[in-house]
Design a protein around this ligand. Structure first.
Ligand code: FE
Length: 167
């Protein structure tokens, strides 16, 4: 019995350390995933529910979409800055807004490189690039590759996800 144990012990140790290493690696990747989702503003869904109207909550926190041609800023032409309706982060400038005919306010670029975050969205049987506020992670809309030059991009944004600051 002792001889068998002595012969197999190194193998058992090797196997145990391998299982341990795999577990650690999984923990690490889960931790990284969580960290990736961390934004400068981190509120619980309960807190967001208290702060936002039910309509805002549905779009900003549950990836909803307002009905086309119904939003406050679709035909909005004043000069100024569009902010995140959830946290006030500056997102888009009126200088980059254009008439896309889509029914939602459209911009060919964000106000700066760090204003928004792009995430792959596989919901509703489509693969789209979701746009989130880079400060609070709230859902804003989607970006498509049929916009005007110089970027060729169309940031298609829900009015309800936006506030406006006049210049
Ligand atoms: Fe935000």
């Amino acid at each position: 019995m002792l001889i068998i144990l002595m012969k197999t012990l190194p193998l058992i140790i090797l196997l145990a350390s391998f299982i341990y290493a795999c577990g650690q690696e999984k923990k690490e990747s889960e931790k990284m995933k969580q960290e990736e989702r961390k934004f400068e503003i981190n509120k619980s869904e309960e807190e967001w529910k208290k702060e936002l109207t039910p309509e805002e909550y549905q779009v900003l926190r549950e990836q909803g979409t307002e009905r086309a041609f119904t939003g406050e800023y679709y035909h909005h032409k004043e000069k100024g800055t569009y902010l995140c309706a959830a946290c006030g982060n500056e997102l888009f400038s009126s200088e980059h807004k254009y008439e896309s005919g889509s029914g939602w306010p459209s911009y060919w670029q964000p106000i700066n490189h760090s204003a928004v975050k792009t995430e792959m969205d596989k919901s509703h049987g489509m693969i789209r690039n979701e746009i989130e506020c880079n400060k609070c992670g709230s859902h804003l809309g989607h970006v498509f590759e049929d916009g005007p030059q110089p970027t060729g991009l169309r940031y298609c944004i829900n009015s309800i996800s936006l506030d406006f600051k006049k210049r």
